[in-house]
Ligand binder design. Structure first.
Ligand code: ZN
Length: 182
């Protein structure tokens, strides 16, 4: 862990982590939302008009989505151990994706869980990924929240900040590759 952070700032780091992974995995983001007044929770909301993924490429898509789901915790763990108190939703999501992937590929679910977590760790040990995550989190927690008790960031801004730090995107290993439909 680095320095400890107030809890609401950890929520911002957590959601920023999800958002950066989603931007790098090619998931279109509508916005990030962090609730600061009551639940100390948040979400990264994907755009509703996600392009349908062709079936033969869906395995790689699901594997990237596992990294998306792990990413909040991987980012947050740099500051706090809190994630383990609230990890159930993210871990349930990862497990469901792993199960679907295992069903369609015949490879054991646990292999995907391990590979996706390894890839998530590799991602958040990359200084460029970390810089983008921290910048998004800082933007979120520095916003004033006079009455609403929530802070938001548009998906277009997330994309812009991630692109600044990683103009060539993420170098995905083969099992996470999604061939470009030609
Ligand atoms: Zn999460």
């Amino acid at each position: 862990m680095e320095a400890s952070l107030p809890r609401d700032e950890c929520v911002a780091v957590h959601e920023a982590g999800h958002a950066v992974a989603m931007a790098l995995s090619g998931t279109s983001i509508k916005h990030i939302i962090v609730y600061v007044d009551k639940l100390l929770s948040g979400a990264v909301v994907p755009s509703p008009q996600q392009a349908p993924v062709r079936k033969e490429f869906s395995g790689a898509r699901l594997a990237r989505n596992m990294v998306d789901a792990y990413a909040g915790g991987a980012a947050e763990l740099r500051f706090t151990p809190y994630w383990f108190e609230t990890a159930a939703v993210d871990l349930y999501g990862v497990r469901q994706l792993g199960r679907r992937l295992a069903r369609s590929s015949g490879v054991a679910e646990d292999s995907y869980l391990r590979l996706a977590w390894e890839e998530t760790c590799r991602m958040f040990l990359d200084e460029r990924v970390w810089a983008a995550t921290l910048q998004i989190a800082k933007d979120l927690w520095r916003q004033p929240y006079p009455n609403s008790g929530k802070r938001t960031m548009a998906g277009s801004r997330v994309q812009r900040l991630v692109h600044q730090h990683l103009p060539n995107g993420w170098d995905w290993p083969a099992m996470f590759e999604i061939p470009v439909a030609g």
